[in-house]
Write a protein of this length. Structure first.
Ligand SMILES: NC(=O)c1ccc[n+]([C@@H]2O[C@H](COP(=O)([O-])OP(=O)(O)OC[C@H]3O[C@@H](n4cnc5c(N)ncnc54)[C@H](OP(=O)(O)O)[C@@H]3O)[C@@H](O)[C@H]2O)c1
Length: 341
């Protein structure tokens, strides 16, 4: 039975580097009351995403920092449990930016309807949602892989990397995935059809990457930075494209930062005529989200695009799952299931 207790996870203290459990606090309180023209929502699934780590710092970024005591942000699959809104009824299921809490109110703006007959509801937080669109837009609009080119992606079993690899393969490229551990590498090769998979935790990672990319790298989809970027850099081909999507190694992820790669990076940008383009998915959303959704929904439905989820049960376990995700303990899209309250 769904719980009637209101629970939320707030930012208790700012992390210094990698977050720990003391940075979060689980608060309980009275149920929010429904606005006269709005909605009362119950969270079913919460998405855990690397960007949340950045929001915990008090520094300039593309989104405002959280204040201490703020609810941790996040996109959720929610159920409308009461409605005073003309366009939504009790029982409707929508995506909403309601954060790490069991219930929320909404004025109805910024919601996206979901229909379980189209795809499992949780895909709206992963392959058919923000991470999927990030993969699609970064690869299609910036990476632009061509037949026979080599595309490399790290964090390759996550929701962004796994779709990047599958879309690149579909475009006729040779795909090389980088992931943490042999099980993830086996999944890339056996289930997702990558041409090669390399474990970035092994001591001869650089050597293995060189062997996997005999013709160099034409597209490197940057998800992690740090030691992986250092290993990729010497193999980039002339006119290579580098969509810079994420730098999780600098953002509370696993692994220590390496020495400064800026001079080597700038030299490669110049001498190889590289295109490095940072992007945040929402800059492309108005123009391209419908195209992405149409195309990837049908590929998910017919099984040509595969996805994997890593589900943690209970809001109180969200901090631990989030900290683990930053270090690679997740195997697939990190989600929290709140359906039991
Ligand atoms: N620009 C945008 O709009 C946008 C939107 C969404 C996501 N992103 C970025 O895309 C990247 C992937 O996101 P996601 O949601 O798909 O996350 P994810 O892959 O499910 O989780 C992050 C993964 O990063 C890997 N990782 C952590 N530290 C690492 C390190 N030092 N070296 C190599 N790999 C490391 C871990 O996988 P392994 O076990 O394989 O190491 C971990 O599972 C993140 O950087 C995220 O910030 C950007």
């Amino acid at each position: 039975m769904p719980s009637a207790i209101f629970k939320k996870v707030v930012l208790a203290a700012r992390p210094d580097g990698r977050p720990n459990l003391d940075n979060f606090r689980l608060d309980t309180g009275p149920m929010p009351s429904i606005p006269s023209d709005g909605l009362l929502l119950r969270t079913l699934y919460l998405s855990l995403d690397p960007y949340m780590r950045g929001r915990m710092d008090d520094r300039r970024s593309y989104a405002p920092a959280l204040a201490l005591g703020d609810v941790m942000p996040g996109e959720c699959v929610v159920e409308v449990i009461a409605s005073n809104h003309a366009e939504y009824s009790r029982g409707d299921i929508v995506l909403a930016q309601t954060g790490w809490q069991s219930h929320a109110i909404s004025d109805g703006r910024g919601l996206r309807r979901l229909d379980a007959r189209d795809a499992p509801l949780t895909t709206g937080l992963g392959v058919l949602g923000m991470p999927g669109f990030t993969a699609w837009s970064g690869l299609t609009l910036i990476g632009k892989p061509r037949l026979g080119e080599t595309v490399v992606v790290a964090a390759a079993t996550g929701p962004v990397g796994s779709l990047v690899g599958q879309l690149a393969k579909k475009a006729g490229a040779r795909t090389v995935g980088i992931a943490g551990g042999p099980e993830k590498c086996r999944y890339l090769m056996n289930d997702l059809g990558f041409d090669a998979a390399i474990d970035h935790r092994v001591s001869d990672f650089r050597k293995q990457l060189a062997i996997a990319c005999p013709g160099g790298i034409d597209v490197y989809f940057e998800n992690v930075g740090g030691t992986v970027w250092s290993a990729v850099l010497p193999h980039l081909n002339r006119f290579a494209r580098v969509p810079v999507c994420g730098l999780i190694s600098q953002n509370g992820g696993a692994g220590a930062a390496e020495h400064d790669q800026l001079p080597a990076t700038m030299r490669a940008v110049l001498t190889l005529s590289l295109t490095m383009r940072g992007f945040i998915n929402f800059e492309f959303a108005d123009e391209h989200f419908p195209t992405f959704l149409r195309s990837v929904t049908s590929d998910v439905a017919n099984g040509t695009i595969k996805y994997r989820e890593d589900v943690t049960v209970g809001l109180e376990n969200a901090p631990r799952a989030f900290i683990g995700m930053l270090q690679g303990h997740n195997f697939g899209k990190a989600l929290v299931d709140l359906t039991d309250g």
